[in-house]
Ligand binder design. Sequence first.
Ligand code: PLP
Length: 396
Amino acid sequence: MANKAKTTLPGNLSVETELVLAGRDPFRHDGFVNTPIVRGSTVLSPSVADLEGHTGRYTYGRRGNPTVESLESALTRLEGGAGVVLTPSGLSAVSIALLSVLKAGDHLLMVDSAYQPTRRICDEVLTRYGIETTYYDPLIAGDIAGLIRPHTRAIFLESPGSQSFEIQDIPTIVAAASARDITTLMDNTWATPLFFRPHDFGVDVSIQAGTKYLSGHSDLNIGTISANQRTFRRVLATHGDLGITVAPEDAFLASRGLRTMAVRLERHQQSALAVARWLSSRPEVRQVLHPGLPEHPGHALWKRDFKGASGLFSIILEPVPKPAVDAFLDSLALFGLGYSWGGYESLAIPFDCSAYRTATCWTPGGPAIRLQIGLEDPADLIADLDSGFAALAAAR
Ligand SMILES: *Cc1c(COP(=O)(O)O)cnc(C)c1O
């Protein structure tokens, strides 16, 4: 007789199907569809022999938990690497990944357009442990070879760049790194593995702020580090040695987000493109920084390497005084003013990269605003932005 508990999944399933199935094993949990939230530190053994022989599946809450493991195994399938570890935030995923592959005396090449708090890890933490950072132009491509020193041990990428959306030539940078046995790491939060799989391009360590699209509901912080065969042992050891754990409730919520990630991202993509196209037709807008638009300087590279665009992009307004920009943002009814992104709701923030970039010069020529396009009807969002431009005109 057929037994659902023993059914093996067919191979080469599409990613949408994987998102539904990965990491679940209902008949280990009395048939309940989702892996339950298991809380606990101590794990009991039935005998001394079992305790000393570590015969159980789990030994201690910090070293393994069914809810956490379920998400890790689902993400391992999605990323296509050797394994995934979870961290309590996206930023801690970046710091733990860097600490896993670097040691005192090493040199790191960090992209100048990295998420700003990532720079603080390099400037405030890594320097104290004798690790030196050089920032490089996100558009450097093959010229990165000129920055590599004998003790360069890692190159960190983030594409598109945080806030300013430069697209990096990832295969060329990875080729320069691997020719010299240098580890590559990439913050892939914007694309997620649905639209770009770093390991498929030879990147060793793939990082996501799961806070964003994985969770998708603005209700938690979590980070994910996926590593390939070459690096996973080091990532797992550093993560374990530093005692990093994730709450089972957070892993559960992120797993719930994972199930709908493909449909949400498709909607974010379509709506963001619709809003971006509309904005590019507006006289108030000097430039739309969305790699999915043909006029974006990184469009050809994006099209070559990425399978899609998510819901986050920026605009540069024609020069107007700050009170007019503030009036525009304050008048928006559907766009919240707040940091982070990747949730179901639309957001807007003003930004200025010029204060902290060091390898490149940020001269946008007008006020810059980053938009996260949520799951609302894009026609409503466009109407809201339209009335925002009326408020901008009235205030200038
Ligand atoms: C938000 C973000 C992070 C950090 O995630 P947190 O959960 O807020 O720590 C890291 N990288 C990028 C690109 C981000 O957008």
